[in-house]
Design a protein around this ligand. Structure first.
Ligand SMILES: Cc1cc2nc3c(=O)[nH]c(=O)nc-3n(C[C@H](O)[C@H](O)[C@H](O)COP(=O)(O)O)c2cc1C
Length: 359
């Protein structure tokens, strides 16, 4: 199943197939008119007016399941939002998002992105206490916790993020903006020219589907004699990432508190088999393919050096043997990977005499 197999119902009872939104970035949000989070309508409307032209859509589903804070009829709710918050995006029929009458769409959304905790917010403690009293397993339950939970869908239909109502709206905005910036794979030349080394990352992991695509692009790099000398190690585990960062910093002669990965939440490491004569070229091309695939997906990367020295240490060797990688592998490079926290700078001018032509 994909998000495009579901539909939602408008206020007037018309069925809207989500397949009609293919290629767009969507925010699906359960709303209420009498909630402490209701003022979030304002930044949501702001995002809609800023990004609608670029392919952003809001699917607003009023829901009365949280504190009975959406008691009005569909028309009353709509009237309230338009008058008070000047909303211009369409509103759907009031629906359930949890329980046996929940929209099938919500079962899918929750299966794709569960609850990962509330972020810092004045209501955080109050909400946590309330849920803990109701259900001891509330943290592992993917059910929607409260009004204004937002699911963000990328242009390919992946559920890219779930934001609890306590999340800062600037984070939601940054996520949507990054997804809108994803490029069409048809624009290969644009992608190559737009890629820049990213040195400031947001803290959340990229969605798994994107990571898999980036890695797959690496495995399709050309290799000498097609011997496929490189291997790729994906490090999402925080503790391992931390150990590698400290080791890399030490090799650089920096204190272990220095982060050579610039805060990127995950790392891709390329090593290559020294017994293949072209191993360094092969590994470098894998790195290049992954950087470009990441760029196309709106994911930032930076090649971080010193993988060679790293995998000559005990920690590096232990990591390889733990993964069952035997043989004479040399570290080629790391890619720091994550969503960029700031827009990329323009490329430096290309040097003169970069290119010579014969004929
Ligand atoms: C082999 C190689 C090693 C690199 N090592 C590092 C590194 O350790 N740290 C870093 O911040 N950038 C590193 N970079 C990124 C370069 O500094 C960057 O590609 C260069 O400044 C050009 O900028 P651009 O990637 O934005 O075009 C490395 C790049 C390559 C190709």
């Amino acid at each position: 199943m994909s998000i495009y197999d579901y539909s939602v119902e408008t206020r007037s009872g018309e069925d809207i197939a989500l397949s009609g939104y293919k290629g767009k970035v969507l925010m699906i949000v359960n709303t209420a008119t009498g909630c402490g989070f209701t003022p979030q309508y304002e930044p949501i409307e702001q995002m809609y007016s800023d990004y609608h032209d670029k392919g952003f859509e809001v699917i607003d589903i009023p829901c009365n399941q949280f504190g009975g804070q959406a008691p009005g009829s569909d028309d009353e709710i709509h009237e309230f939002c338009v008058t008070k918050f000047h909303t211009s995006f369409p509103q759907m029929k009031k629906s359930d998002v949890n329980g046996e009458n929940a929209l099938p769409l919500y079962a899918y959304l929750k299966s794709q992105k569960g609850f990962e905790g509330f972020s810092e917010h004045p209501y955080k403690e109050q909400l946590e206490k309330m849920f803990a009293a109701m259900n001891p397993h509330w943290r592992s339950d993917p059910d929607i916790k409260w009004n204004f939970t937002k699911f963000i869908i990328d242009r390919a239909g992946n559920v890219a993020a779930r934001f609890e109502p306590t999340a800062d709206m600037s984070e939601v905005d940054a996520c949507v903006k990054a997804l809108l910036d994803e490029k069409s794979p048809a624009d290969v030349q644009d992608i190559i020219k737009a890629r820049r080394s990213c040195r400031s990352f947001r803290s959340e992991l990229i969605v798994k589907e994107k990571l898999d695509k980036i890695i797959e692009a690496g495995t399709y790099a050309a290799t000498g004699m097609n011997r496929q000398a490189p291997v790729i190690i994906s490090v999402r585990d925080k503790a391992t990432r931390g150990k590698l960062a400290a080791l890399n910093a030490r090799i650089m002669g920096q204190p272990e508190t220095f982060d050579p990965f610039y805060g990127a939440p995950e790392i891709l490491i390329v090593l290559a088999d020294r017994s293949v004569p072209t191993y360094i070229y092969d590994g470098s091309l894998v790195m290049g393919n992954m950087m470009l695939a990441a760029e196309a997906l709106g994911v930032g990367t930076c090649w971080i050096h010193r993988a060679k020295e790293e995998f000559e240490t005990d920690l590096g060797r232990e990591l390889l043997s733990g993964l069952g990688i035997t043989g004479d592998y040399e570290g080629i490079g790391h890619l720091a990977v994550g969503y960029p926290a700031a827009p990329a700078k323009a490329a430096a001018p290309r040097k003169e005499n970069y290119v010579y032509r014969i004929g």
